[in-house]
Ligand binder design. Structure first.
Ligand SMILES: [Ca+2]
Length: 123
């Protein structure tokens, strides 16, 4: 009696696992045909590489540098932040097509404003 119950539970577990797999496959097929696949790959790549191409995320990174510039003391720290803000080109998916097109590499000062960092004046 108890054994029968156990088998029933194992069976329904299998059904649940298979159902989840089928749903995943369907999602992949749907993405493939809607062209969302390339976007997804680009996003996964960005996730793995630790760099984001979402403009909102890059913006908050840049704003973080902006806020930290006034907080840090020491010339070398200020210089590092200045470089990150003014010099480093970041991948930003401006037209949200999931990949970096020509002209979508920008430094922070090209798409955010920062009162405390003057890119014409290195520290
Ligand atoms: Ca793009």
């Amino acid at each position: 009696m108890l054994d029968n119950n156990k088998k029933g539970i194992e069976l329904s577990m299998n059904v649940v696992v298979i159902a989840i797999l089928v749903i995943l496959v369907l999602i992949f097929v749907a993405l493939f045909f809607t062209g969302g696949f390339t976007g997804l790959i680009a996003k996964l790549k960005a996730l793995v590489q630790g760099s984001s191409i979402e403009i909102g995320v890059v913006q908050s990174t840049c704003n973080g540098y902006c806020n930290n510039f006034d907080l840090v003391t020491g010339a070398s720290s200020k210089e590092t932040i200045w470089n990150e803000y003014c010099d480093v080109k970041r991948d930003i998916d401006l037209n949200s097509n999931g990949k970096i097109d020509p002209g979508e590499k920008k430094s922070c000062d090209e798409f955010t404003t920062c009162g405390s960092i003057d890119c014409n004046n290195p520290p």
